[in-house]
Design a protein around this ligand. Structure first.
Ligand SMILES: Cc1cc2nc3c(=O)[nH]c(=O)nc-3n(C[C@H](O)[C@H](O)[C@H](O)COP(=O)(O)O)c2cc1C
Length: 428
């Protein structure tokens, strides 16, 4: 049954994907009857209703609200949210303030969402300006690399000129060489499962299929994490470059970034980059006059944590209920619309770019055999130096907490590490 839905949804494809259609329809002021969408995609009304009713942001109870306070663990532990909620309720009405799960402002807390934008830190002091729709100056996250060599935070791919130069070079490089670099680097996926990235690209390049896809998993739902947000907003070209090279290597001409709706600035940053790159023929048809074409789009998540899991993410884009599928088959052989697909995390793609630019040897020489290279870590507002940092794999927690983080602002009993699928460990 789900295979049929994937295939039917795939006939329309990624550009007009069913999930986007469903979301836009619900969020539109005068939505169409879902029977019309069902007819257009040749699917049953129950399938469309099943998908639509899955997402928090598409529910009437959510859409009736005007502001949403962050209920992620960093904001909750900081104890800032009750007062924030009361202030917002006093301005907007008791029944107009809801909650959202982690807006990625763990370094400053007091986070809330209003009218398509996120606010945090001292922004609430300017609530009257915000409600009037005025732009306010917002604080940015602090970021710094402590790595032996920076692969993720350097400025080697911060302009479209640099993007063009690097792309020219890799369009001429043997695809097997690119895969070899990734294998030699020992880069493993940064999304959680830690699968070797070179192997994933290699498997997909060898998979048979008339069409293949590249998906960037930008559904960073783990509360406490804002490292993907950092990359999407401050290093977007590195993420996109990783996708383009992946497309080149596996033989794909289309990719998508699935970005959570809780990150409006990330969506804006990536959208801006995609448009700029398209204008410069660095994305799209026959890139730089070669026979390689690669187009990119964005899917905006609608408030479902599980969509970070790759099979649920694929189901979501296809317009199915975003439930986890049994594996195998793995996405590299049967992914989006049942076609071979590479799903990679934002940081993995940016690291792949860093490796191609700086060399695999430099990356593999950092850390250990199991965990090579550098990694982003996020420190919340309990630290004296909250922010996002690039560190060498193998750096001790003591160094991260005491030296990089500068110790704690107040007594701490335990750490929560790695989001809901991570663990809590005592300070001792
Ligand atoms: C419950 C659950 C949530 C997940 N959330 C994310 C996520 O937010 N971002 C992500 O990249 N991977 C997430 N993953 C891992 C993905 O399923 C997948 O392994 C990853 O996107 C593969 O990319 P990588 O090889 O680059 O790590 C999640 C997995 C599970 C089981």
């Amino acid at each position: 049954m789900s295979k049929n839905i994937s295939n039917l949804s795939g006939r329309i494809g990624l550009k007009d994907n069913l999930f986007k259609k469903l979301s836009e329809n619900v969020l539109n002021n005068s939505p169409k009857d879902i029977k019309e969408i069902a007819k257009e995609y040749n699917l049953g009304v129950s399938t469309i209703h099943g998908a639509e009713s899955f997402y928090e942001f598409l529910r009437p109870s959510h859409r009736e609200k005007k502001a949403f306070v962050c209920n992620g663990s960093a904001c909750m532990c900081a104890g800032t949210q009750e007062k924030l909620k009361e202030t917002l309720k006093s301005k907007l009405g008791n029944d107009k303030v809801g909650e959202m799960f982690c807006l990625g402002h763990c370094y400053e807390n007091h986070a809330f969402h209003y009218d398509g934008e996120n606010y945090a830190g001292k922004d609430i002091e300017k609530i009257d300006q915000i409600l009037k729709g005025e732009d306010i100056k917002q604080e940015k996250f602090f970021s710094k690399s402590f790595a032996t060599t920076s692969f993720l935070m350097d400025d080697k791919l911060s302009s479209t000129d640099q993007f063009k130069e690097q792309l020219k070079k890799f369009l001429k490089t043997d695809k097997k060489e690119i895969i070899k670099s990734l294998l030699d680097s020992n880069l493993t996926g940064r999304g959680g499962a830690g699968f070797p990235t070179g192997m994933k690209w290699d498997f997909c390049s060898k998979a048979k299929g008339d069409k293949k896809y590249v998906i960037c998993n930008a559904d960073e739902g783990d509360s406490g994490a804002f490292s993907d947000r950092y990359l999407l907003e401050d290093q977007p070209l590195k993420v996109i470059f990783g996708m383009v090279i992946c497309g080149l290597v596996i033989g794909s001409d289309e990719g998508v970034l699935y970005i959570r709706g809780e990150y409006p600035k990330s969506i804006e940053a990536i959208n801006g980059c995609i448009n700029e790159l398209k204008k410069l023929n660095l994305l799209g048809e026959n890139i730089l006059g070669t026979d390689f074409s690669f187009d990119l789009g964005i899917c905006i998540g609608q408030g479902a944590y599980i969509c970070g899991e790759e099979t649920a993410l694929i189901a979501s884009i296809e317009g199915r209920r975003a439930e986890v599928d049994v594996r195998p088959p793995f996405p590299v052989t049967e992914g989006l619309y049942k076609k071979p697909t590479v799903v990679n995390n934002v940081e993995t793609l940016a690291a792949a770019t860093g490796i191609l630019i700086n060399g695999a040897e430099k990356f593999s020489s950092i850390g250990n055999k199991k965990s090579a290279g550098t990694k982003l870590v996020c420190l919340d507002s309990f630290f004296n130096n909250p922010g996002v940092y690039e560190i060498d794999m193998g750096t001790s927690m003591k160094k991260i907490f005491n030296e990089i983080g500068g110790g704690y602002k107040e007594p701490v009993k335990a750490f929560q590490i790695g989001g809901p699928s991570g663990w809590c460990c005592s300070i001792k």
